[in-house]
Design a protein around this ligand. Structure first.
Ligand code: HEM
Length: 417
């Protein structure tokens, strides 16, 4: 079957409604209905002009399949490629982002950047990230209620990313705006007018980053922090150039800004609505790493999924994905697949999560895993210490128009201190 033949709604299309109100508030029920009412695990989704894949196994094997690429420019609906001299610096930076590179270049850049992303390097930043977390909680002192989405969700990811990359604090705002611009520039819902404004903001951010890199190159010793490690990374004579370093930072802010922002309310919502699990975590803080991954499986905030574009015709589950077509890996659905997980609709912070795809898998596996986990763990620790009796004041409010997430705009917490 090909997409042109799918004129009548398939069972998949009948049950899998990622843009519905129900999905926004209760995605587990929608996904579970798909898993219990039909055997179809892949279907064409007209509004996004994409195939969507939902089973854990299929999600995993497609993520590892190099006949597909995350490079949006390989989509048959992508804007025509520009010649080099037509490109502005923002587009040049995006061209070098990790998810735009061809297979071999991507492998090479990830290898050269591996030390900068390592647990050791990120761990060495723990003190700085803790200071960011402490400052974010200090702002909440004395409050009877606070909205996580307007406080911790903004202050912690922004500060943690800036400190990791080594952005001077006074440039934090422009750095953050670059992230905002990047994820929207090629978004499905972005109009031409939006794009002009997004570009203006983005170019300011790129110029700022170029300045930061240049300033480091001018030093005798570029330092042993993130940028320093990228500047000195070497394999034989091979080194990263400035565009490649910018491309790495571009990928980090594109992939790590909104995600980390959504992570904090998601963690708190899941734990406050499952107090026994929270008590277990408080009693045994060593469970934090597992708890964070489990919450991101159980209460996954993704609405679309991970995007891939077929470099050639490929067949999955009896469906041919034609060259240039888009396939969306709905890892949030895979996380609830009863073939993979026992009692998938329950939160169990001690669950054996071997084989999970919460942070992706294969060549493009999350490079910011350690940063995400450190900030999550420090946030949860500080929350439990400062607000041991906190409760949810009301159910979360989510943005139905958000382009790719069940994004929480308001999670009101009653501190009870
Ligand atoms: C809850 C937080 C996060 C989640 C759930 C998450 C999840 C993911 C997933 C699933 C992928 C794979 C994408 C794909 O295969 O298309 C990915 C890639 C990536 N993530 Fe994260 N991420 C998170 C936070 C972060 C943070 C904080 C950073 C930045 C430091 C980051 C940086 C990256 C980068 C650079 C990639 C692209 C890697 C590549 O293409 O080689 N992520 N992330």
């Amino acid at each position: 079957m090909s997409m042109t033949e799918t004129l009548e709604a398939t069972p998949f299309q009948t049950y899998y409604k990622p843009q519905s109100e129900e999905y926004l508030h209760d995605f587990r029920t929608v996904v579970d209905r798909l898993f219990t009412k039909t055997h179809e695990r892949i279907g064409w989704y007209e509004p996004w002009q994409a195939w969507i894949v939902t089973s854990h196994d299929l999600c995993k094997s497609i993520l590892a399949d190099e006949r597909l690429t995350p490079d949006f420019m390989k989509w048959k609906f992508a804007p025509p490629a520009q010649s080099e001299d037509q490109k502005n610096d923002f587009e040049r930076m995006l061209d070098h982002a990790l998810f735009r590179l061809d297979k071999l270049s991507h492998r090479r850049v990830r290898r050269l950047a591996s030390k900068a992303f390592s647990a050791r390097m990120t761990g060495s930043m723990e003190r700085n990230i803790k200071a960011v977390v402490t400052a974010a909680f200090d702002k909440l002192d004395g409050q009877s209620h606070f909205n996580v989405a307007e406080t911790l969700s903004i202050d912690i990811p922004r500060g943690a990313m800036s400190r990791l990359v080594g952005i001077p604090p006074e440039k934090d705002e422009i750095f953050h705006k670059l992230g905002w611009a990047m994820v929207r520039y090629n978004g499905i819902a972005t109009t031409g007018e939006d794009r002009t404004e997004i570009l203006r903001i983005a170019l300011e951010g790129v110029a700022m980053l170029q300045g930061v890199i240049q300033e480091r190159r001018d030093r005798d010793n570029p330092g042993d922090d993130f940028i320093g490690m990228l500047l000195t990374a070497q394999e034989g004579d091979d080194r990263l150039n400035d565009w490649e370093i910018l491309g790495i930072v571009a990928a980090m802010i594109a992939a790590g800004s909104d995600t980390a922002g959504d992570m904090h309310p998601t963690l708190l919502y899941a734990l406050l609505s499952n107090p026994k699990q929270f008590d277990k975590l408080k009693a045994n803080p060593d469970l934090a790493n597992n708890a964070i991954t489990e919450i991101l499986r159980y209460e996954a905030f993704g609405k679309t999924g991970l995007h891939r574009f077929a470099l050639e015709d490929v067949e999955f589950d009896g469906i041919t994905v034609k060259r240039g077509e888009q396939i969306i890996i709905a890892a949030q659905a895979g996380g609830l697949d009863p073939k993979q997980w026992e009692r998938p609709l329950e939160l169990d912070i001690e669950r054996n999560l071997n084989g999970n795809i919460v942070f992706g898998v294969g060549a493009h596996v999350c490079a910011g895993l350690f940063l995400a986990k450190i900030q999550a763990r420090l946030m949860l620790q500080a929350f439990a210490e400062r607000f041991p009796n906190a409760e949810l004041a009301e159910p979360p409010t989510r943005d139905p128009a958000h382009y790719n997430a069940r994004h929480i705009t308001k999670l009101l917490i009653k501190t009870n201190v």
